[in-house]
Ligand binder design. Structure first.
Ligand code: AMP
Ligand code: FE
Ligand code: FE
Ligand code: ZN
Length: 275
């Protein structure tokens, strides 16, 4: 039996709690030999991760997780194997991170108007300064005593549709897929949960989407079968991973448990060569 590859992991370069080196060593310790690091809007951890990977037998595929504006909310699109030193990509990512900073300020302002005296400084104290996200705000809300738990910070204040939620001004789904393919990468619709809007799926395929993240901790076995069916029907590729954020927010046991067969990654490599 083929080992598994975990193609969805976060580090301190976005909202994970382990540095790239720590994460790669932990992956090696649980028996993984093939991973991708997919920080939100950042490729900053990839060089460190692949250097450490060489010392402990873990191959690190370049990855990233981008947010695209859709239907008043957002979807996530994973990119793999892109040239992560590509200038156009670097410029776009730095724009996305600037927008994240402005959006964090909008969320903090909303919280302040709700009489929660959270400061931007306390949010930034939780980040490496690379890619600021709601998890950093949730952590600050807990450490300043405004929420009891990390998850409560989302359900009470900053989760999707909650009173202090603010979206980001992002690229469209099509622009996001093109950004990845222009940098030589493969694009995957991330964790589509229980359903994919059919119109969105066709738009993405038309724009050059390569696949769907079929395996994810939020997907039940039935949902996994359902997305495998869609992938086969439209000649797409399959991806998957644990979406591990470091093991401090209820995700302690997941690393090494969720992924796709290594042979599935070889199918991705073949697609890359034929592009
Ligand atoms: P952002 O990209 O800043 O909108 O933050 C999205 C990230 O927040 C996701 O990748 C998760 O790590 C986390 N997240 C979103 N919603 C929730 C939730 N309801 N509970 C816990 N974590 C969440
Ligand atoms: Fe995240
Ligand atoms: Fe995501
Ligand atoms: Zn993720």
């Amino acid at each position: 039996m083929d080992g598994i590859a975990d193609l969805h992991l976060h580090t301190t370069y976005s909202d994970g709690t382990l540095s790239p080196g720590e994460l790669v060593r932990k992956a090696a310790a649980v028996g993984l030999t093939l991973i991708s690091i997919t920080d939100h809007d950042s490729v900053g951890g990839l060089d460190e991760a692949s250097d450490v990977g060489k010392t402990c037998g873990v191959e690190v595929i370049p990855g990233m997780e981008l947010s695209a504006a859709f239907d008043g909310s957002e979807i996530h699109i994973l990119g793999y194997f892109m040239d992560y030193h590509n200038q156009n990509l670097a410029d776009s990512l730095s724009g996305f991170r600037e927008e994240r900073l402005k959006r964090a300020e909008r969320i903090v302002n909303k919280l302040n108007r709700m009489n929660i005296p959270l400061s931007m400084e306390s949010v930034l104290a939780n980040t490496t300064g690379d890619s600021v996200g709601r998890p950093h705000i949730a952590t600050a809300l807990v450490s300043e005593g405004h929420a009891e738990t990390y998850h409560q910070a989302f359900s009470k204040y900053i989760g999707d549709g909650r009173p202090a939620y603010e979206g980001k001004n992002n690229f469209s789904p099509e622009e996001t897929v093109r950004l990845i393919s222009d940098a030589g990468g493969l694009s995957f619709l991330a964790h589509p949960s229980h359903s994919i809007d059919e119109d969105l799926l066709f738009r993405l395929i038309e724009a050059g989407l390569d696949g769907i993240e079929v395996v994810h901790p939020s997907h039940s076995p039935e949902i996994i079968r359902y997305y495998r069916g869609i992938v086969n029907e439209y000649c797409l590729l399959e991806s998957g991973g644990s979406d591990f954020h470091g093991g401090q927010r209820g995700d302690e046991q997941i690393l090494g448990q969720i992924g796709i067969p290594i042979s599935t990654v070889n199918i991705m490599r073949r697609r890359l060569f034929s592009k």
